[in-house]
Write a protein that binds this ligand. Sequence first.
Ligand code: M6R
Length: 588
Amino acid sequence: MCGIAGYIGNRNAPEILFDMLRRLEYRGYDSAGIAYLSKGKVVISKGKGRVDEVRRNSKNGDSSIGIAHTRWATHGGPSHENSHPHTDCNFRFTIVHNGIIENYKDLKQELVSEGHRFSSETDTEVIPHLIEKFYSGNFEKAFVESVKKLRGSFAVAAIDPEEPEKILVARKESPLIIGIGKNENFIASDTPAILPETKKIIILDDFDYGIIGKDDVVIKDLQTGDRIKREIQTIDWDIKQAEKEGYEHFMLKEIYEEPDAVKNALKGSNEIREIAKRISKYQKVYFVACGTASYAGMVGKYILERFGISSEAVVASEFRYSTVNAIDNNSVIIAVSQSGETADTIASVKEAKKRGAHIISVVNVVGSSLTRISDGNIYTYSGPEIAVASTKAYIGQLVSVTLIALFIALERGKITGDYVNEILHDLNGIPEKIGHILKNENEIRKIAEKLFKKDIFFYIGRRLNYPTVLEGALKIKEISYVHAEAYPAGEMKHGPLALLEEGVPVIAILPNDDLAEKMESNIQEAKARNATVILVSETGDLKVPPVDPLLSPILYIVPLHLLAYHISVLRGIDPDKPRNLAKSVTVE
Ligand code: M6R
């Protein structure tokens, strides 16, 4: 949902800003822009299109301070006018913003009645005009006064040609970090943007604002104006993790990192065991998440149920308005999120907290908003995930929810330590098994070649692999733009079978478990309607090595990720940046 960046130092700001934007492009890619200060003036290059396109069309500039933005449109479609940066009436105060200003209509009306001239349809443009309105010789004061007027969410950065030695920033509910360099500093919505430049970061908290100079960073409280000390943290991500390293797309690279995602998530085992001890006393367990992460939550629920522990898995956009009414101090919420910034998930957690629930988050991005409002965090350590379609992060989430469910069951005396050790042993063997599936990529591509022109897909599975088919279908929808339905196999005869006819692809998950015979019958039902069944099993069209059924979701999703990837590429789509979507959904 939009990415913002900023640079101040001795190097060439426009070059650095465009490089940073490219690494933030996964957050939004319908338009982009930069603003820098040169000879006492603001220079802006912006427009509709991808970062590289805007870069090609921009004038070369020399400057040591600037801000930048890559956009995922909310208010006003993608256009030159709606692209950031935005300025006031006199092209002086210049800002970039990520988030949504909920009271922008009222503010705009007031500003227009006072004579301010607007040039975009965005909510953002009220900010530079507010700064212009409140300015009486002090940029910082006007900035703070303006930001205090905003309702909603924001990460904002502003520059003023009259005070070229600083960038002002502020945040509420939208991520913002400051990268600390030597005689230079950076600002960004997310870590990948600054990875090649520095590993030292300060994560701003809600209602923090900052004055960023080239040699110093001052953080203050927006409400009181008091100076605050925020710790400098060191990121352990490697720059290589945020680069394609020869792969055609980030998505493919990230699928190939799925074996490592298992190993990395397993590193959290001891912490997870401790957390399980704390939360096993709570009688109500809820997994809350959005999109792909919600399917990992469903797997957690199925595992707990298998051990006789009831739990619910609810998508956060529903949980926050409905399930939350059933939450009390006997509830534990396990929130799952790659980014830790998803608005609905964060809102659900906040609502549940108000009602006394204990909050545990399964998160990839260390220091993200969700981690700071949770009572305990389980990190998946999957490294940066750049492609919009989540792949390796899902694998990491599956490992973490499997572990938490196992350890809760152990604490409650539902399973034995020996059984847990057996599963842990099997989990250690999963990376190698994923490796075997990846070696079959060519076979999977051949199946994609047969299927890529189809305009409807069915995915069927049962129990623990019902979430697998939901994830498989979501993946193909989001990066191939084809209609895909995921069904619990036993439900097909209650309606969807009517849609099956000759050639309709049905991707069927058939693990070697006690439901295999029932699954076989469902497959026969599809075949009897002349559907093209693609069997995912130990001996099927998409082959998966033998695995304990409890761990089957971690293996069976891998060929579905590759299948979706190849279908997307064959359809001529960029799987890393599907239309209408953004990686991190920080608006409701
Ligand atoms: O960062 P999160 O895990 O909270 O994101 C949740 C969803 O937005 C995300 O999984 C989305 O569904 C992906 N694009 C799916 O590939």
